[in-house]
Design a protein around this ligand. Structure first.
Ligand code: C5P
Length: 298
């Protein structure tokens, strides 16, 4: 039996830093959605746990216990075996949750493989138990378990699902790895206003982009200071035909541009790729990827 699990990119449409806990972790108020581009994890039987990494973004990705996929596997099945192959399409340390989404995919896939459980169908109490364990591996992990758009608060553990999308988007990474702790440390203020209490119901992308333009990513200013190349990506979106809004995701360096329709996003993707062949550029509509993220058994 083989199981294949899609691990979509996570995009922070806005990310407000609203405080800091005593242990140093920052309190956030963020709206996240998921992209149709992502990594893929294949799971087959194995006597012990093993991981192979391939794909266009595999270079430098560890295959030992330091990989979040291996940590997630060790967390779920003490002493159990599985042979895993991770195909990396998302650049590492890039603000779109690659490692977290891979680990969340490992949790979904191994729950299916070992326990015949489907995360998407389990009782809320069991889901909460798994999300709590996952939080120990990284603050971004719980939000990547379901791959549904959500408002995320706390350090990442308070998740309220919401209906968002499709949002025609282009993702651009200038091929720079960013250290998340370094960007948080460079914040000028840790006490910023949260998102409005009530989020607007998503109707069309133009109205949503107008609302989103009034929100922020508080990590963008410190990231621009640490990595000026991020500014070049945002300038490129500013000049792109039809771009309604551009912003950095997470702690960077990936930025997203929102477009009125898929055609405009594809045209911008082509234009930016041609002008910057060294950048990672992907068009796609952000929203709910929960159906595609279910483990596929063959
Ligand atoms: O938990 P995770 O591995 O995602 O976070 C990496 C680092 O980013 C943490 O060690 C911390 O320095 C910083 N971080 C933070 N507040 C968050 C998430 C991450 O300060 N909510």
């Amino acid at each position: 039996m083989a199981i294949e699990v899609f691990a979509p990119a996570k995009v922070n449409l806005c990310l407000h830093v609203t405080g800091q806990r005593d242990d140093g972790y920052h309190l956030l108020d963020s709206l996240v959605a998921f992209a149709p581009v992502g990594d893929s994890l294949k799971i087959t039987d194995g006597k012990s746990l093993s991981l192979t990494v391939d794909g266009p973004e595999a270079a430098g990705v560890p295959v030992d216990e330091s990989n979040l996929v291996m940590k997630a596997a060790a967390l779920m099945g003490e002493g159990q075996g599985a042979a895993m192959t991770l195909t990396k399409n998302l650049p590492a340390a890039s603000g779109i949750g690659g490692g977290s989404s891979d680990a969340a995919a490992a949790l979904r896939g191994l729950l299916r493989h070992w326990d015949r459980e489907d995360l998407a169908d389990m009782p809320q109490s069991r889901f909460a138990e798994i999300a709590d364990k996952a939080l120990g591996l990284g603050a971004d992990l719980p939000m990547c378990l379901m791959c549904r758009p959500a408002r995320v608060r706390g350090i990442g553990e308070r998740i309220d699902f919401t209906n968002l999308g499709p949002i025609p988007t282009v993702l651009v990474n200038p091929r720079i790895e960013v250290s998340t702790p370094k960007i948080f440390a460079a914040l000028a203020s840790r006490e910023n206003a949260p998102l409005p209490d009530e989020l607007p119901a998503f109707s069309d992308v133009n109205a949503f982009a107008e609302w989103l333009a009034q929100q922020r990513n508080d990590l963008q200013a410190p990231a621009l200071k640490v990595e000026p190349a991020i500014g070049r990506v945002l300038d490129t979106f500013e000049r792109a035909d039809g771009c309604l809004l551009s912003r950095m995701s997470g702690s960077g360096a990936t930025c997203f541009g929102v477009f009125p329709d898929e055609e405009a996003a594809l045209a911008a993707e082509h234009h930016i790729r041609t002008a910057h062949p060294d950048w990672w550029v992907q068009a796609g509509s952000l929203g709910d990827q929960s159906e595609r993220a279910r483990p596929q058994v063959s």
